[in-house]
Design a protein around this ligand. Structure first.
Ligand SMILES: Cc1cc2nc3c(=O)[nH]c(=O)nc-3n(C[C@H](O)[C@H](O)[C@H](O)COP(=O)(O)OP(=O)(O)OC[C@H]3O[C@@H](n4cnc5c(N)ncnc54)[C@H](O)[C@@H]3O)c2cc1C
Length: 444
């Protein structure tokens, strides 16, 4: 009997895992990569492979995520970690986090990508780089029968196959789709991802009437220094303002608009809807020293997130008192008296322990802006991947708009949407768990 022929579109986290898994189950696999080399956003990541420990932890971290797929994510994760270790991946356990299991890829994602590619190719798999999947082919019964691809500027070519696994990494690099789902200021958002994830998986599957998941208006990302700063693609982590949850965010009207303590991932999504997708992160010297200056660790280099952002050209300034800070921020179009009133009423509320009763409440990390000097940095959201995408079932089969599995079509990683919604609990774990599920079922 001929082996099942599978084409995997995208050689990032989900695609590499799916390709190796399907091959191990006896399939003949072709792995397509649109970029010049495999890796996608996985290659830009810190290689921190993490997942909530229990389903309850996941529900608390991501209350609006997909129930059944979330359960699978948590329950399959330990077996996925073991599967990687059995294949030689060095995963160092990071101890001491009560609600999550965290492993660091050592020496980094680059080595992991190399290992997976080597394993795949030595097992007889074909990797085609600089080759984009462009369209799905199907037979009269609606069963996937092949895929159309283009290498470089060459002609379209059809590859006949029994199954296709879509793992193209989401649609954050597609301006039209971003405007559709993220609105007026989407073109101000910074791409904090590989540049090739232009929603190809989503668009190809639409021709077979694939259905959308929940969370189409939700993304995972972080605040980055605002333009004119341009963050180097291979150094996103060093400039990521993870500590926005410890500071105060104001919009260009000088007003707070969210509970910053909900976390930088949430702040990024809220800032995306503020005018110009722009905010100013304000904090004092205590927050600067404690959170904005980071030591090396977790796959990231040491960085001074404030002064390095300033050097890149972001709107950034310091002042010895709040009055001078507000005065200085007028050059970015803010109204000094409004900004000063915002900071004073915030400081007063946190001093009185009534931060939760502010119009934009502050429930945790209620750090006052108290110890000079004071810092202000213009920030804009960077989008790492879109949380909405194709609707899948427990086998990672893509569902049509009526909820029926489309024969021969699978999605994993960021192409499979709705597992996380609004909040986020790891990106690499999605590729690992659902990449394996897709590879196993497609090869069966
Ligand atoms: C700076 C940064 C830090 C991060 N840190 C972490 C972290 O520490 N922990 C964590 O869990 N997550 C992290 N992430 C997120 C993580 O990298 C992603 O969630 C994960 O890589 C998504 O896997 P994926 O396979 O869906 O997409 P990717 O890994 O991005 O792979 C998608 C691939 O598909 C290719 N492609 C696109 N279109 C086509 C097409 N038409 N045909 C063929 N190929 C195509 C792309 O070129 C790309 O190689 C980070 C991301 C970034 C950018």
């Amino acid at each position: 009997m001929q082996p099942t022929k599978i084409v995997v579109a995208g050689a990032g986290m989900a695609g590499l895992v799916a390709a190796v898994q399907a091959q191990e189950r006896g399939a003949d696999v072709v792995l397509l990569e649109k970029g010049p080399q495999p890796g996608g956003s996985l290659a830009l990541s810190g290689g921190t492979l993490w997942c909530p420990r229990t389903v309850e932890d996941l529900r608390r971290l991501v209350p609006r995520g997909h129930g059944e797929l979330g359960r699978i994510l948590v329950e399959d994760f330990p077996a996925g970690v073991q599967w990687l270790r059995d294949r030689g991946t060095n995963l160092a356990l990071l101890e001491g986090l009560p609600d999550r299991k965290v492993y660091i890829m050592e020496p980094g994602p680059g080595a992991f990508i190399g290992q997976m590619v080597e394993r795949f190719q030595s097992g007889g798999g074909t990797l085609l780089v600089d080759t984009a999947a462009t369209a799905l082919l199907s037979n009269d019964a609606g069963q996937v029968s092949g895929i159309s691809v283009r290498t470089g500027d060459g002609p379209l070519q059809n590859i006949a196959c029994d199954r296709v696994i879509l793992a193209t990494g989401g649609f954050q690099a597609n301006p039209e789709m971003m405007a559709r789902y993220f609105g007026r200021w989407s073109d101000r958002l910074i791409l904090r991802s590989n540049p090739h994830s232009t929603g190809d998986g989503w668009q190809m599957a639409q021709l077979l009437h694939a259905g959308p998941s929940q969370a189409m208006g939700s993304f995972y990302g972080h605040l980055l220094p605002a333009p004119p700063a341009q963050v180097p693609t291979h150094d996103f982590i060093a400039y990521t303002q993870y500590h926005s949850a410890q500071g105060v965010l104001v919009n260009s009207q000088g007003e707070r608009f969210t509970d910053e303590s909900l976390g930088d991932e949430t702040n990024a999504q809220v800032v995306a809807r503020q005018p110009q997708a722009l905010a100013f992160l304000i904090f004092d010297d205590f927050v600067y020293r404690t959170f904005a200056v980071r030591a090396e660790g977790g796959g990231a280099r040491a960085s001074d997130t404030f002064f390095e952002s300033k050097e890149l050209g972001a709107p950034a300034g310091t002042a010895p008192n709040l009055e001078e800070l507000a005065e200085a921020m007028q050059m970015w179009g803010l109204h000094a008296p409004t900004l000063l009133a915002t900071l004073r009423s915030y400081n007063q509320a946190v001093a009185q322990g009534s931060g939760a009763r502010l119009a934009a409440p502050r429930r945790q990390n209620a750090n006052p802006v108290l110890t000079p000097p004071f810092y202000a940095l213009g920030v804009t959201p960077g989008v790492t991947f879109t949380l909405g995408g194709l609707s899948i079932n427990h086998n990672a089969q893509v569902l049509d708009r009526s909820g029926h599995a489309i024969p021969g079509l699978y999605a994993a990683g960021a192409d499979a949407g709705g597992i996380h919604n609004e909040q986020y609990a790891g990106g690499l774990c999605l590729g690992l768990v659902f990449g394996r599920r897709a590879g196993q079922h497609a090869a069966a």
